[in-house]
Write a protein that binds this ligand. Sequence first.
Ligand code: AMP
Ligand code: MG
Length: 362
Amino acid sequence: MTGHCNIRSLNPKRQLARRSVAILVLGFWWTRGDALAPSVSEARGWVQRTWVVMGTYLTVRVSHEDPAHAERVLDDVIGLVQDLDRRFTLYDPSSELWALNRHAGGPPVPVSEPLWDVLERAIAYSQETAGAFDVTVGPIVQLWGFLEGPRRIPSDEAIAQARARVGYTQIEMNPSHRTVRLATPGMVLDLGGIAKGYALDRAVERLRQAGFHHGFLNFGGDIYAMGASDGVDQPWTVVVRHPRRPDQTWRELRVRDMAVSTSGDYERFFVARGRRYSHILSPWTGRPVEADVVSVTVVTPSATEADALSTAFFVMGPERARTLVGSDRCRYVLWIRQQGNRLFEDSRSVWPPRSCPGTAVR
Ligand code: AMP
Ligand code: MG
């Protein structure tokens, strides 16, 4: 198994390269506060820390009454995310995910609670999106050189062979023994489309357990806006960046207790034969998605859901995905499409996000 995913690099040089890429690819930032502060900064009852984890930056800012307690909780949060990274990465042959992939075609493998949990959720999103979201895309992600270069256009035959190893129905989950079996030899699970969102939800859960209710988490562009930006009643401002001009804002939204995730064709891609090939692949064709959608932003109360669905909706396009969104389900989506040089919002977008039960979105 030679699979790699976009979560972690063991190679320090590559990690540094990824850091600088991460700065460029941040889809969002909050309009108040220090972007990418390298260390702890404390002011007016807020503490903020930034780490490099899962091949990108995680910044957590929380309001606190006791700085020492806040520091301990933030240590705990990064410990938790690093633990998930160690389990889910394809950049380390000793990771749990790597071990599971190595047993593809073999017997069931006992898995940890977080790996079980993320796979269960991933499969539920596969079912809901008719397979557009599918963590078994590893063989095709690998084939196109998105896990580890060089990026290339493979032959039709190679694509067909890799596709034969793709399909979430080949993941067999046995809840009574908490084992997972990958039924087809050569299957490769790649959690790159869901891991950051999942880690955000776990981090937020940990913060709430520790009594923190106001904060802002930015995980390489996947956002969770907790409570109020002033610790009282003001929502957080999140910007959706312009898909073609990274320094410009496309939209601003004001949210609290909501996750925001964008999947875009500008995050990782290569250009060949005059067209752009992005890292989001259609499990149906085995090829990068070919459509005029350039970015999809999803806003929901769950970061796991926002992450998985933004990837899925990129694959599905607005027409197929429109039945899965709506204010009644508290799922908001913004589609940005491109025709020629013109960028525009698709009319099937459900935007702007509004209040949902248990949250306050303005
Ligand atoms: P995101 O940036 O969250 O949209 O995730 C993109 C990453 O998810 C890619 O780099 C792949 O690792 C993985 N991926 C690509 N296509 C899919 C897909 N159709 N379903 C699930 N994961 C995917
Ligand atoms: Mg995603």
